[in-house]
Design a protein around this ligand. Structure first.
Ligand SMILES: [Zn+2]
Length: 258
């Protein structure tokens, strides 16, 4: 190969690498959706399958559709399924649209405001492309290889990353972002953010308990105390736009707890 040509290729590669460093997206929407669908098969199996229909499914889908309607990311369709698991407390989102809540977590969210917070948080992970960004980063590590990688290999890498995120959790900043936008979506959809404070207070109570049902959820998210503080700040800053007031909510909470 002539030196000029080699140099040109090198420069191109360096430019590509620097663009990736500034957050270029190496994944297409189609591949993101394929990865989510493939990972969904494994998640459904792990939790004992999904519930086919009935009150649980209708409740989750009703809330899910209201949250999806206000969510600004519209290039994917969000699906909401109930994992038929009465032991584990968890909610899961996968790249490209799938959202799951376990039956047990739904039972622990008696009001729709509470469930709307759980759903809002998961929808925000998808809308903010958190898994997609992680998969892109992984592909960028093997930059030269990934340019020539067949799609099936990209899907395989993507599924592995998505399942690792489910096992180990997103970064702290992605979790904060999911809490912020999750609460904004729920308020915009007309749900009272008192639900967020109730769910996080429940997690706080379970923190340090020996209940194995909460282990994964608590391990993969920031401490509930920190999340409560952050969510309170979001309500205080943005609540009035949607007709909610943090002080009034806190007073209502106190009354209900008496
Ligand atoms: Zn999360």
């Amino acid at each position: 190969m002539r030196p000029v040509k080699t140099a040109a290729i090198l420069v191109t590669l360096i430019l590509c690498a620097s663009e990736i460093a500034f957050g270029i997206d190496l994944l297409t929407r189609e591949l993101e959706i394929r990865i989510g669908k493939q990972a969904a098969i494994e998640v459904e199996q792990e939790y004992g399958g999904v519930i086919a229909g009935g009150a649980y499914v209708e409740r989750l889908q009703h809330i899910g559709s209201k949250i999806a309607a206000v969510c600004p990311r519209k290039d994917v369709s969000y699906t909401f399924k109930v994992l038929n698991n009465e032991k584990l407390v968890n909610a899961i989102s996968l790249p490209g649209g799938p959202v799951y809540v376990t039956k047990r977590l739904m039972d622990l969210c008696p009001t729709d405001d509470e469930l709307a917070y759980v759903v809002g948080h998961e929808v925000a992970h998808i809308a903010m492309k958190h898994a997609r960004k992680q998969i892109s980063e992984r592909l960028a590590l093997g930059l030269v290889g990934s340019i020539f990688m067949p799609e099936s290999d990209i899907v395989r890498v993507g599924v592995a990353v998505a399942l690792t995120l489910h096992e180990r959790g997103y970064s702290r900043s992605h979790e904060r972002e999911a809490d912020k936008y999750g609460v904004l979506y729920m308020m915009q959809a007309g749900y009272n953010p008192i639900g967020a404070l109730k769910v996080l207070s429940m997690f706080l109570k379970m923190e340090g308990s020996k209940d194995g049902a909460f282990i994964r959820l608590l391990r993969t998210h920031p401490h509930p105390k920190e999340r409560l503080k952050h969510v309170r700040a979001v309500i205080s800053q943005h609540g009035s736009k949607y007709g909610f007031n943090l002080q009034a909510i806190e007073e209502q909470l106190k009354k209900e707890q008496q």
